[in-house]
Write a protein that binds this ligand. Structure first.
Ligand SMILES: Nc1nc2c(ncn2[C@@H]2O[C@H](COP(=O)(O)OP(=O)(O)OP(=O)(O)O)[C@@H](O)[C@H]2O)c(=O)[nH]1
Ligand SMILES: [Mg+2]
Length: 166
């Protein structure tokens, strides 16, 4: 039986959302613009993963606060969410607000502490901030870590049945 899941990745500007979606699906698509020193998402990221008979639809959101409207649209109908947190910078209010919003909306979500490959990364300090959630440490550049973490979370969700492969 074919099933599907919609998982949306949230997180602050530069947390690594686009990198995560690209690592999980190298054929993923991205709507980005150039910004100082790199690119920033101005639309969305979209990728897909297959696991057994389930197609996981992965959406990355824009991290800039002014794109709230886009985040609301992308979030509609999600089965679960990933809150991506960059451990190389202090947690900001925006990330805390995202956590509160997901909590208030009763959306199942997991926290991925990202950039744990970086020098000076101290994920332990961040664990205490998200004690009520499931927390995983990853590098969004590491395909094995990302796939393991995502599939473990996906396994906790209720997939929807679909008449065809999505
Ligand atoms: N060292 C390291 N750098 C990372 C990792 N993940 C992402 N980056 C870098 O962080 C920067 C921002 O990554 P993006 O994936 O564009 O971040 P984003 O969350 O999509 O950013 P916005 O779309 O602007 O919100 C890029 O230079 C990435 O290469 C990681 O796991 N480790
Ligand atoms: Mg992005």
């Amino acid at each position: 039986m074919e099933t599907k899941l919609k998982i949306v990745v949230f997180g602050a500007f530069g947390a690594g959302k686009t990198t995560l979606v690209r690592t999980l699906d190298p054929a993923s698509r991205h709507i980005e613009a150039n910004c100082a020193g790199g690119t920033t998402t101005v639309g969305l990221d979209f990728g897909r993963m297959r696991h057994n008979e389930c197609t996981i639809h992965l959406y990355g959101t824009p991290g800039q606060e002014r794109f709230e409207f886009a985040r609301e649209i992308i979030a509609k109908g999600m089965d679960g969410a990933v809150l991506l947190v960059d451990v190389t910078v202090p947690v900001d209010d925006f990330t805390r607000d995202l956590a509160h919003s997901l909590h208030a909306a009763r959306v199942p979500y997991v926290v991925f502490l990202n950039k744990c490959d970086g020098a000076g990364a101290d994920p332990c300090a961040f664990m205490a901030l998200f004690v009520t959630e499931e927390v995983r440490t990853i590098s969004a550049r590491d395909p094995v870590q990302c796939r393991d973490a995502l599939l473990q979370f996906a396994g906790t969700l209720n997939p929807r049945t679909t008449s065809r492969a999505g």
